[in-house]
Design a binder for this molecule. Structure first.
Ligand SMILES: NC(=O)C[C@H](N)C(=O)O
Length: 335
């Protein structure tokens, strides 16, 4: 029997059409375009249903409320389908796939987020290949995780990053092996979660949380951190240098101490694309540990932000949040 896949269409370039102000999402346009592509209805392909969202958006408009809408949508249709695809813009796709990896716990079915760099209706679009492969993989190589499919690679959703604004190979998984390499042969790399048929889906709700994010740069003033902490925020992500280093500025460290004293979690992620934070390596890193900064290890900034939204939405103490940040919840960090 053909598998049944549910497609939640949220917007993004894949379904856009040109306007006088650049590409915009257009209601009905994606389904209309797909109807003219017979390969989607070949007998090897699964059956699919498309739920086009009422408000199709460029993914730069995504917010945690939209993540919640997607999680609820999947929960509502979970028992009726064999797998789920989320069609999404590429700009914030890695944030959404990270957030959903924390929100959808106990998955026994695949959830694949995908989209394209050129609209499906245009010549040379990558949308057809991305969606066709995502559907085929959801039906035939079901991995019970939130994943991101792009340019023949299936990646863990909370490990993926958009690293190329213009190319078709826009996403990478810098700190974790890809899960499926969909070349001439489809190679499953065995780095994924295994199906547990007894797993029960549990939705963890997220409410938008006030989170600050500061990228360090030579000459940064402590006032930048001070002003970010005034917003107010419940957590601050510090994008530090290398293995987690920051300037030894007394004024800057004072601000981080004040954050700790007012129970604002400070999470240290590296500006480097590859590798992980280890604040024990240098004295400059050690001073951050001394003022209570938590290591983000090899988490991507996207996963770190989503994880903070997720943890701050739970009834957890400051110490609990610090502990959970350093623990592996959904495969987002290597310990
Ligand atoms: N390629 C894309 O989908 C980019 C678009 N701006 C979006 O994220 O919705």
């Amino acid at each position: 029997m053909r598998k049944k896949i549910y497609i939640a269409y949220t917007g993004g370039t894949i379904g856009m059409r040109p306007s006088t102000r650049g590409y915009v999402p257009a209601p009905g346009f994606l389904s209309e375009t797909l109807a003219g592509m017979p390969e989607f209805n070949r007998p090897e392909m699964p059956e699919f249903t498309i739920n086009e969202y009422a408000n199709l958006i460029d993914s730069s408009d995504m917010s945690p409320n939209d993540w919640q809408q997607m999680a609820d949508d999947i929960a509502e249709h979970y028992d009726d389908y064999d797998g789920f695809i989320i069609l999404h813009g590429t700009d914030t796709m890695a944030y959404t796939s990270s957030a959903l990896s924390f929100m959808l716990q106990g998955l026994s079915k695949p959830v694949i987020v995908t989209g394209s760099q050129i609209p499906l209706a245009e010549l040379r679009s990558d949308g057809q290949e991305n969606l066709l492969n995502a559907l085929y993989i959801a039906a035939n190589y079901p991995i019970p995780e939130v994943t991101l499919f792009f340019n023949n690679k299936l990646m863990r959703g909370n490990r993926a990053r958009k690293l190329d604004a213009n190319g078709f190979d826009a996403f990478e998984s810098p700190n974790y092996p890809i899960l499926i390499d969909a070349g001439i042969d489809i190679k499953v790399t065995n780095q994924h979660r295994k199906v547990d048929t007894n797993a029960q889906l549990v939705i963890k709700n997220i409410q938008a949380q006030p989170i600050g994010l500061v990228s360090l740069y030579p000459g940064i003033s402590a006032d930048v951190i001070k002003n970010t902490l005034l917003q107010p925020v419940k957590a601050l992500i510090l994008l530090s240098y290398g293995v987690g280093n920051a300037p030894q500025s007394a004024a800057l460290l004072e601000q981080l101490k004040r954050a700790r004293d007012s129970q604002v979690v400070v999470l240290n992620c590296t500006q480097c694309t590859h590798g992980k934070v280890d604040m024990h390596g240098y004295a400059n890193g050690q001073t951050l540990l001394d003022v209570g900064v938590v290591s983000g290890a090899d988490m991507t900034p996207e996963a770190a932000l989503a994880k903070l939204h997720y943890l701050l939405s739970q009834p957890l103490s400051y110490d609990d949040i610090r502990a959970h940040l350093q623990a592996n919840i959904s495969g987002e960090l290597s310990i």
